[in-house]
Design a protein around this ligand. Sequence first.
Ligand SMILES: *Cc1c(COP(=O)(O)O)cnc(C)c1O
Length: 426
Amino acid sequence: MIDREHAPTIPVPSSSVAVRGASAAPVTTRDAIAREEAWGAHNYHPLDLVIAEARGAWVTDVEGRRYLDCLSAYSAVNQGHCHPRLLQTLVDQASRVTLTSRAFRNDQLGGFCEELAQLCGMEMVLPMNTGAEAVETAIKAARRWGYRTRQIPDGEAQIIAFEHNFHGRTTTIVGFSSEPAYREQFGPFAPGFVLLPFGDIEAVRRAMTANTCAVLIEPIQCEAGVLLPPAGFLRALSALCAERGVLLMADEIQTGLGRTGALFACDHDDVVPDLYILGKALSGGFYPVSAVVARREVLGVFDPGSHGSTFGGNPLGCAVAREALRVLRDERLIERSATEGAWLLEQLRTLRHPAIAAVRGRGLMCAIELTVAARPFCEALQKRGVLCKETHGTVIRLSPPLVVERRDLEWAVAQLRAVFHDAVGT
Ligand SMILES: *Cc1c(COP(=O)(O)O)cnc(C)c1O
């Protein structure tokens, strides 16, 4: 049951009351799911609700039920769903020019690169579209940098990554995943990656060779279950990389841009990596925009013809991303993430249930680890109007949009309490 009194915090425009499909017949949950199952590839296992519209931290399904979104499209909608300023920017830019390709220049790309580089304290930006493409870009940059500046023999560069990583779904990237489901029967895989336990600095020290060009790390492993590195690990890793002349590449696609209560998750450890890899919230959920941000010495290895993307750096994406970054600042979303996240974590720590093994988080990236499957709990929460998705089987991740109101979080905590209370006897 949804608490109607608390549910709608943001008015739903009256123009969008009736939700209609292409056939003009109203779409029902049953019908939408049946069609998707019949015609779509089954590479996901979504919760069975069909979202028709969304605003801020709330979404509405085709039957008009409202839910508090506690996933935020894996932190892509940190700015909240359908942010009015992003919507306006998208419409304005879409009515001028959307795509030029990089064969010609456009009037948004330069400003986007300048603003993003300055935000990151870096010198250069290479724009792409999806997160996985930005990770691929970082891999290419690191290898070429290694051949040119470290005289690693061509074809022998090695990159260190960590067990339980999640960096995307391309064949190169899943090749160095430790998750069997991501890899099974997708090989052969690209060589040149070494996988080490997350948080083991001595293992990194031992694994580094003259051919190691980079270390690729998520400063918090979100998909793996919101795993924070041991205290001091990121700093030690950063120092070790500097000492050995190895690039530290921080995949902040999910943790970056305010999610953890700081601009970057690396900030919590006072670590500045050599490359930031960004995506998801970079465009506030409107449009896929990703980027690698680094010093000139690193991204300068690309010359014309060495890398590219038809849509990368397009004016529509750049305009939306520039506005998405301004919204982060203007609405103080990073500060909100820190204060609301600290409050939420404190509340989660008061939950009592024998299946709760741990509660952890940073900013509005929180998680409840269970000793049992998390899916039934996510389904029970869905029935109560709270949307979250299990990750790694036993972890409930809670990462609402950073615009979420305190009273919405209070309401969500009440639903969590009820779900765990109901589950006691079962
Ligand atoms: C989501 C994610 C990616 C992949 O991004 P896509 O846009 O799905 O390709 C890579 N790294 C991390 C840490 C992510 O969370």
